[in-house]
Structures are given as C-alpha cells and as structure tokens.
Design a protein around this ligand. Structure first.
Ligand code: Q46
Ligand code: ZN
Ligand code: ZN
Length: 308
C-alpha cells in the first residue's frame, strides 16, 4: 500500500476517499478535513476564544491537537462525571496531554462541585445515565463558556457519531432533533456557539491520528454506554459502510446540504422564547431549567443515591 500523495509506504487507508497515507500525509489529511469543516460551516473566526470539551478520549484530544495544528489556540474543560475508574483514568489522560503541550485545562467535578455523579443521578431519577450525562455536559460546558467569556465550545463529535445520531433521529422522525442536528449551533443570548470540527473525520481516523501523534488516550469505552441505542446504530452503519464505503459521509453531508433546512425552520423560534432559569439564570422555556430540575430530583431522592 502506497501513500496516495507521496508514493511512500502507507500506514492507513481511508476507503471513503479511496486513499492511503503515510504518517505525515495522514496528519495533513486530518488537518485538511478539519480546516474544510471549519471553513465550510464558519465555525471559528480568528479572534474567537475557543473552549474544547475534553474527555480524555481519542476524539477530544485529537481535536485539541488538530486545532493547535491549525493555529487555533484553545483551552480545555474536563468534566468529572464520577464514573468510577473510567473517570479516574480519563482525567489523567486529559491532564497529561495538557501538561505535555502546555495547554490550559480547566476542570469541573460533578461530585465535588455539584454534589452528584452520573451513576448517582441515573439511580436517583430511574433514567438512563446518558440522559443525565448529556444534559449535564450541555449545561455545564455552556455555562462555563458564557461565564468565562469563551465565544465557542468545540466538541469531538466525529462523522460516526453524527451518522449514528442522524440515523436515530430519522428512524424515529424526531423533527425537533433533526432541526437542531448541525455542526454549528450559533450563539445567542446566554449560549456560546457550539461547533463540531471533526464532522468530516471517522472514529478510526481519530484513533489512528492519536497513535501517529503519540497522544495517549482513554481507550476504554464508558461503561455506561454498554447496550445503548447509539452503539447499535453505529454497528448497523459500520456494516453498511463496510459494503459501501462512503455511505456514512453521504448520509451526513447529504442531510446537511439538502435535508437540514427543511427541519430547521420548525426549531428556529425556540431560542427566542426563552427566559432565565429562576434558579441558575440559564436560558430556558420552562421557568426552571432542565439541569436544575435534574439536581432537584437527585436531592429529593432517598439518601445515599446522590453521590454513589
Ligand atoms: S460518557 Fe456520559 Fe457518554 Fe458515558 S454516561 Fe453515556 S453520555 S456513554 S458520550
Ligand atoms: Zn505520503
Ligand atoms: Zn437552572
């Protein structure tokens, strides 16, 4: 296998691009895809202050590294979810990267700073851990960015993630989620801009990128993900992609080009009907925001569940 660019020995093939790359040109391929995504969707302007949501996994560390390679200086924010050894190890990877590359890493710990953990929240609310986790991440990353003057929150969602979420939304025809599924959510009163610069790169490419750049990352999957719907969609899409390389990209890019605007109008007015949460001040349609309601439910649950 030879590098498509320089004809030197290739170490990875990218079937959807019908290409193979040596290490140097693979890194360049990843940078090109991120640059293209940023440019195409107007994700980041030169003067923006950028906050990367860092989990310690391959995607977020690769994103942080790729942004630096494109001269986008970004700080990181690690959110401690309290998921046992998985969280304990993840934060070590995030800190090690920050130390080695001299980057600022902020940390917020759900247990120490907010009094609950994700397993505790799941138990107290009898709901899936991922529901409480996603809600907490969205709320806390945004709040941190707004409070500290960051313009943009960048997350490591990759092409596989976006394809799996899109498949789930289409299978249920969830038009609200389809209207909000986009690599850029613009800023508005109380919200920083949210961007997904890895939307043109797959999971396998991100793992390979970390290996080639010598980035040590959390290789374990979150134990709470086992058996969730999202993983099932990823497996189904992988089976299709295996037979027809390029299907995931066609699915996601085709939606963004030709489908998204049909659903976006329905949700366009959503953000104009918000008022500050009476408890924390975050914009919400309901008086008290979903995050404060979650915390309230956890606090009311029988003791010994909130911080387990
Ligand atoms: S971290 Fe959180 Fe994921 Fe773990 S609990 Fe679910 S949502 S699976 S990206
Ligand atoms: Zn090459
Ligand atoms: Zn609130």
């Amino acid at each position: 296998m030879k590098c498509t660019v320089c004809r030197g020995p290739a170490v990875i093939d990218v079937r959807r691009h019908n290409s193979a790359f040596c290490p140097d040109h693979f890194v360049k391929h990843c940078q090109d895809q991120v640059r293209k995504a940023i440019h195409e969707h107007h994700m980041i302007e030169p003067a923006d202050r950028v906050l990367v949501a860092v989990s310690g996994g391959k995607d977020s560390l690769a994103l942080w590294d790729l942004l630096a390679g494109l001269d986008v200086t970004a700080d990181g924010l690690y959110l401690g979810l309290g998921i046992g050894d998985y969280s304990d190890e993840s934060v070590q990877h995030a800190r090690a990267y920050a130390r080695a590359h001299d980057r600022a890493l902020h940390e917020v710990d759900l247990g120490a700073d907010l009094g609950f953990t994700i397993p505790g929240a799941a138990e107290a609310t009898h709901r899936s851990p991922c529901g409480a986790c996603g809600l907490s991440k969205r709320h806390l990353f945004n709040r941190f960015a707004v409070d500290r003057g960051y313009d943009v929150v960048a997350t490591g969602h990759n092409l596989d993630d976006e394809a799996a979420v899109l498949l789930g939304n289409v299978l249920r025809w969830d038009v609200g989620y389809l209207g909000r599924q986009h690599p850029v959510l613009p800023a508005s009163e109380g919200f920083a801009r949210k961007v997904k610069p890895l939307v043109r790169l797959g999971e396998r490419e991100m793992a390979a990128y970390c290996v080639m750049r010598g980035i040590d990352y959390q290789v374990e999957e979150c134990p709470m993900a086992v058996g969730n719907r999202h993983l099932g969609y990823k497996e189904a899409l992988n089976a299709i992609e295996d037979r027809s390389p390029g299907t995931k990209a066609a699915f996601v890019y085709g939606f963004l080009e030709r489908g998204h605007h049909r659903f976006a109008e329905d949700v366009a007015s959503e953000r104009s009907d918000l008022a500050p949460c009476t408890s924390c001040g975050a914009p919400t349609p309901d008086g008290v925001c979903a995050f404060c309601k979650l915390r309230d439910r956890i606090e009311r649950a029988p003791s010994d569940q909130g911080t387990s």
